[in-house]
Design a protein around this ligand. Structure first.
Ligand code: ATP
Ligand code: MG
Length: 139
């Protein structure tokens, strides 16, 4: 299992609010190399599949609705200790609790519209990267 890759999405709120460039800049300056990148859209079916681990949670329906509400940017990122370091870079799930200077503190409005996704394990980073990218699209 690779420990130097993670997967991220710039969520519909941050795309709609014009933050794609600023967030990618923040990621690059944080020491992450972008090894795959795609501007795309998650249908409700695809969003449901992506977040299937949360199926039983009370916020699942709202999460699926939100994630399919507009286009997203998907990316695979490379850095030593990528998963943990990227979670530090983005900050807490609830932006009101996110540390100052983190991506969610800077660009997120609420726990639903929280600007970015970051994988929570090496295993999920690999699964999520392959959800969006074929072998020919990963560099
Ligand atoms: P992500 O997986 O999107 O990176 P996360 O790992 O910080 O976020 P998870 O627990 O995996 O948080 O939850 C997935 C998403 O579901 C969150 O990003 C958030 O938008 C939403 N969510 C999580 N907890 C709540 C909650 N208590 N109320 C509303 N929405 C929530
Ligand atoms: Mg998560």
């Amino acid at each position: 299992m690779e420990t130097n890759k993670t997967f991220t999405m710039i969520k519909p709120d941050a795309v709609a609010n014009g933050h794609i460039g600023a967030i990618l800049d923040h990621i690059t300056k944080g020491g992450f190399k972008i090894t795959a990148l795609k501007y795309t859209y998650l249908s409700p079916e695809k969003a449901g599949e992506f977040y299937a681990v949360h199926k039983e949670r009370p916020f699942y329906a709202d999460l699926v609705k939100f994630m399919s509400s507009g286009p997203i940017v998907a990316a695979i990122l490379e850095k030593e200790n990528a998963v943990a370091d990227f979670r530090t870079l983005i900050g807490a799930t609830d932006p009101s609790k996110a540390e100052a200077g983190t991506i969610r503190a800077l660009f997120a409005k609420s726990i639903d519209a929280n600007a970015v996704h970051g994988s929570d394990s090496d295993e999920n980073a690999a699964i999520e990267g392959s959800f969006f990218f074929s072998a020919f699209e990963k560099f």
